[in-house]
Write a protein that binds this ligand. Structure first.
Ligand SMILES: Nc1ncnc2c1ncn2[C@@H]1O[C@H](COP(=O)(O)OP(=O)(O)OP(=O)(O)O)[C@@H](O)[C@H]1O
Ligand SMILES: [Mg+2]
Length: 461
């Protein structure tokens, strides 16, 4: 390390500067000598040292002022001040100005060597810290997505690579796995970040309303259209339009969307004029669009248009290494909000969290932690509190079914997920409970996006 460390020695006393420089050069450091602070500052712009040794009183700038400037402009530099005044006040002033140490003239060679050696160690520590901080930022979060598992890291990599392009992106993944977060991260990491990110859930609106939401409408085009209205495509101009649950869009509207994607122009409902739009499309679905296309429920040509870059968000059970990080993140988030003392979970509770198959993915984990925080009196979340909230969840699933009045298809999807969660994803057992063959179960799982397209179909029932 010694040979590679770069030191600048600044002293208007040429002779004194030379003595220091020679000594340190002999010890193997790479030394540059300057006779004024001004000269050194010019040189630092292109050739920054790791250690600076400067005199206190100099003709051009006072050494303390010089230190302050270096400390603010180049915080990585570790500095030592040489002074002829061995008072406590000078020492304190030097430290305040950002010096790592000071040394009183005249000093012995060994004393200088020792201080420089210590400064060198400090340089290494600083470099290591910056490196570690960068590593931390790199692998544990992207935008607000938390995770360090290889599965989520490859999603991070993909986001970084494709955020700069305008190619359409199709995000797949189970409910609650973080599809919307990924869509937002894509927008925030790219050149469109200062324009709008406009999300729309295609399930939430009936067909004609969804069309006018997307493309806008002119006054009088249908009952209730009392003024002209801009569509979301226009609102997202220059930015990103996030079409969530695109698998639920009607075939008719799919045809219109396809035309817009091809021509990059929209026609508002009831309007005669086409308008140019520049929008990046990010679509998401928890269902397998390929299977929907095979069954004639999704246009194949639209699928290929949207699927230029596919991003699969892995379900939480495929990346249990992320669970402790997510737990920590959610504890911080909800403890502050709820004025709670909770700072962690007991090892038994963590064991339970790691073993749960999380059919509702990160959203389910988030809910469990939020409830556990509200219910915990101490600083650690106990096992029984989590067990309690998981049971409550099952009860609220039933209540939700009664309130939602889902279609048979949705009900089927939810029931399959419920059973799969209960049997911890043991397929044979799930198929037995559901009364279907392994193959039928596989096809249903594919349809509802519960397994990836690469998962092979079982050969036998
Ligand atoms: N990796 C993650 N780090 C932090 N929070 C996450 C992560 N993944 C998901 N979440 C949180 O979990 C919740 C669900 O995420 P999100 O809405 O993005 O999922 P989704 O896949 O779009 O779900 P759905 O299919 O139900 O719409 C959100 O509150 C989100 O902030
Ligand atoms: Mg979503």
């Amino acid at each position: 390390m010694v040979g590679r460390l770069k030191i600048a020695v600044v002293d208007d006393d040429l002779e004194m500067g030379r003595v220091v420089s020679d000594l340190l050069s002999e010890e193997g450091y790479q030394v540059a000598q300057y006779q004024s602070a001004a000269e050194a500052l010019v040189k630092f712009k292109t050739d920054l040292p790791q250690i600076l040794i400067t005199d206190h009183r100099m003709k051009d700038i006072d050494g303390l002022m010089f230190l302050r400037k270096v400390h603010t402009d180049y915080p990585s530099v570790v500095s030592i001040m040489m002074t002829a005044f061995g008072s406590i006040e000078t020492a304190i002033e030097a430290m305040k100005a950002g010096a790592y140490h000071y040394i009183v003239k005249p000093f012995k060679n060994e004393e200088l060597s020792l201080q420089v050696k210590r400064a060198g160690e400090k340089v290494c520590l600083k470099q290591e810290n910056t490196f570690l901080k960068k590593e931390l930022n790199k692998s544990f979060t992207l935008d607000s997505i938390i995770g360090k598992s290889p599965a989520i890291s490859s999603v991070f990599e993909l986001i970084k690579i494709v955020s700069g392009a305008t190619a359409n992106v199709l995000i797949s993944g189970e409910s609650g796995s973080g599809k919307e977060l990924v869509a937002r991260a894509l927008h925030n990491a790219g050149p469109r970040k200062n324009k709008s990110f406009v999300p729309i859930n295609c399930t939430a609106l009936p067909e004609h309303l969804l069309e006018s939401e997307l493309f806008g409408h002119v006054k009088g085009s249908f009952t209730g259209a009392v003024t002209d209205k801009k569509g979301l495509f226009e609102e997202a101009h220059g930015g990103t339009l996030f079409l969530d649950e695109i698998g639920d869009m009607s075939l008719q509207l799919q045809a219109k969307l396809l035309r817009v994607l091809q021509d990059r122009q929209i026609r508002p409902v009831g309007g005669n004029h086409l308008k140019d739009v520049d929008v990046r499309i990010v679509a998401a679905s928890h269902r397998d669009l390929k299977i929907l296309a095979k069954d004639g429920k999704f246009r194949e040509d639209l699928f290929y248009r949207l699927n230029v870059v596919p991003i699969r968000v892995p379900p939480l059970r495929e990346r249990p290494e992320d669970i402790p990080l997510l737990v920590e993140f959610f504890i911080k988030k909800f403890a502050a909000r709820n004025n709670s003392k909770v700072i962690g979970v007991t090892p038994e509770a963590m064991g339970l969290l790691m073993a749960h198959p999380w059919p509702g993915n990160v959203r389910e984990l988030e809910n469990v932690i939020e409830r556990a925080i509200v219910l915990s009196a101490g600083t650690l979340i106990e096992k029984y509190v989590i067990l309690g909230s998981a049971l409550e969840e099952a009860q609220s699933n039933i209540e939700q079914l009664q309130a939602d009045r889902p279609t048979l298809e949705k009900l089927e999807e939810r029931y399959i997920k419920l059973v799969m969660g209960e049997v911890e994803h043991k397929k044979e057992e799930a198929a037995r409970i559901l009364g279907v063959s392994r193959r039928t179960l596989y096809r249903k799982e594919r349809l509802y996006g519960m397994v990836s397209a690469e998962t092979p179909e079982p050969l036998e029932d």
